[in-house]
Design a protein around this ligand. Structure first.
Ligand code: CO
Length: 479
């Protein structure tokens, strides 16, 4: 019996690559919308083909593909291309899984595992996000070497090395811009006899990183993103942690070495960019998140840190994202937009759910509101908070009132909504959202342009093939 649900079509390999394909557009694009949406995500889920092919196990293991939707003069063109890494080359050309992924390991000796985890940062499958290093565009994952690509052709240019000696085997694919200086800020986890979290800044002009602070840790936590304000950098350490030795010795793939231990609670480690080092560690009850939404310093309330993230009650979502479970339609736990108010003076942490709609893959009006007080968050969501389907609606949350707007169409599965502000926008939500939607009934993917104010669909451009679900993207004014 075929129990596959409609949304499973977004977890199948896409082999086709196209260049500058003009897309049919329904509706009317804003005349001011000019530039490119660059998106990243997994698009090959097995090495080799047919019965002999070996499958990647987890959604996060799929081989990276970049997509570009370019807007100019009321038209949309589309380009897609695999990121050319040793990992994707091995999968495509020799049918081998040659490099360790998030939840799939190649067959290799203990020595080789040691070599890869602790000494040689391998060029990994950069399938998570897209960032800008000054004028350069890079694809990122959670191992520290970014891969540069051409933002027009999407051709891989090569690995970007760093001009410093900062070490760490794990990072986040969600670097922030310092709201004050524009520098990139990110976190490294360094696994060693004495493991550490290391927070660094990287001036936009180069690839020489400077340490902001370090924090020793016995069992490092799995951190997919973090928060920044004008003054602080906040790492949220959820109780999903690892004994670094097991990464070498257990023989299990990366993420399967992490253990959920709710007794530990959640710890917010607050780094002070101005003074350097750690201002404090603030504890609250256990939860888990991939994504922070935003954070800011509340000057009206004693300089409290206000930190919003998409919180799950536990880390079971990671297991729910194994491809066999996704394709079998077993459903996925949902996360809610949740506010943590951290009293830097009192040491207290208060928690409040911001809305009754679920939210993942959050975006904000980043250029003006990153690290500052803000009102609106946008994301993907599940109708009625149901956990027996995949993300099937878009949501806008008013973080001040808890009011929500949603967009939902039967059988449609939207991706991360990227906010693009209108030129000279007067209001925070004056602009559009760009979301790539899989329509399971039609067997097609379309890029939706929605009013960020109302979530009304202004235009849709149909892609020439089903685009597997992606993770993150960015909009650049370059057309
Ligand atoms: Co992410």
């Amino acid at each position: 019996m075929n129990t596959e649900k409609g949304y499973a079509a977004g977890f199948r390999t896409l082999d086709t690559e196209v260049s500058d394909r003009k897309l049919p557009v329904e509706g009317t694009l804003p005349t001011w919308l000019r530039g490119s949406l660059l998106r990243n995500g997994p698009a090959r889920f097995e090495a080799g083909s047919g019965a002999a092919g070996r499958a990647f196990r987890h959604w996060f293991d799929g081989q990276a593909m970049l997509h570009r939707f370019a807007f100019a003069d009321g038209r949309v063109t589309y380009t897609n291309r695999f990121v050319d890494t040793p990992s994707s080359r091995a999968a495509r050309e020799s049918g081998r899984i040659a490099y360790p992924e998030f939840a799939t390991d190649p067959c290799r000796s203990l020595f080789a595992r040691f070599f890869s985890v602790f000494s040689r940062p391998e060029v990994a499958n950069t399938n998570v996000s897209v960032a800008r290093f000054g004028e350069r565009f890079v694809a990122l994952t959670e191992t520290p070497l970014p891969v540069e690509f051409d933002p027009e052709t999407l051709a891989t240019a090569g690995v970007v090395g760093y001009e410093d000696a900062l070490k760490g085997q794990l990072t986040t694919a969600h670097p922030h811009q310092d709201p004050g200086t524009g520098d990139l800020v990110n976190q490294l986890t360094h696994f060693a006899r004495r493991s550490e979290y290391r927070v660094y800044r990287q001036p936009t002009t180069g690839t020489k990183r400077e340490l902001i602070g370090r924090h020793p840790v016995t069992r490092p936590g799995y951190m997919h993103s973090f928060a920044i304000t004008g003054r602080y950098v906040v790492l949220a350490e959820f109780p999903l942690t690892v004994n670094p030795l097991s990464l070498i010795l257990s023989g299990r793939p990366f993420i399967e070495n992490y253990r959920w231990d709710p007794e530990r609670g959640t710890r917010f480690i607050v780094f002070d960019q101005r003074e350097g080092g750690v201002r404090g560690v603030y504890e609250t009850t256990a939860c888990f998140a991939f994504h922070h939404i935003n954070a800011w310093e509340d000057e009206d309330r004693d300089g409290d840190l206000v930190l919003d993230l998409c919180a799950y009650s536990d880390a079971s979502v990671i297991d729910a994202l194994y491809l066999d479970r996704l394709r079998a339609g077993e459903g996925v736990p949902v996360s809610y937009p949740t506010r943590f108010r951290i009293g830097l003076r009192t040491g207290r942490v208060e928690t409040e759910r911001l809305a009754e709609e679920s939210m993942e893959l959050p975006r904000i009006a980043y250029e003006r509101h990153n690290g500052r007080d803000y009102r609106y968050a946008y994301g993907v969501s599940s109708l009625d908070g149901r956990e027996d389907d995949f993300i099937n609606q878009l949501v806008k949350v008013d973080t001040r009132t808890g009011a929500t707007l949603t967009w939902h169409e039967e059988g449609c599965y939207p991706g991360e909504p990227v906010f693009v502000p209108a030129p000279d926008a007067a209001d925070e939500d004056d602009g559009v959202l760009l979301s790539l939607v899989l329509d399971s009934a039609n067997g097609s993917s379309s890029l939706l342009v929605l009013s960020a104010r109302t979530l009304d669909v202004l235009a849709r451009a149909q892609a020439p093939h089903i685009v597997p679900y992606g993770f993150h993207g960015l909009f650049t004014g370059r057309a």
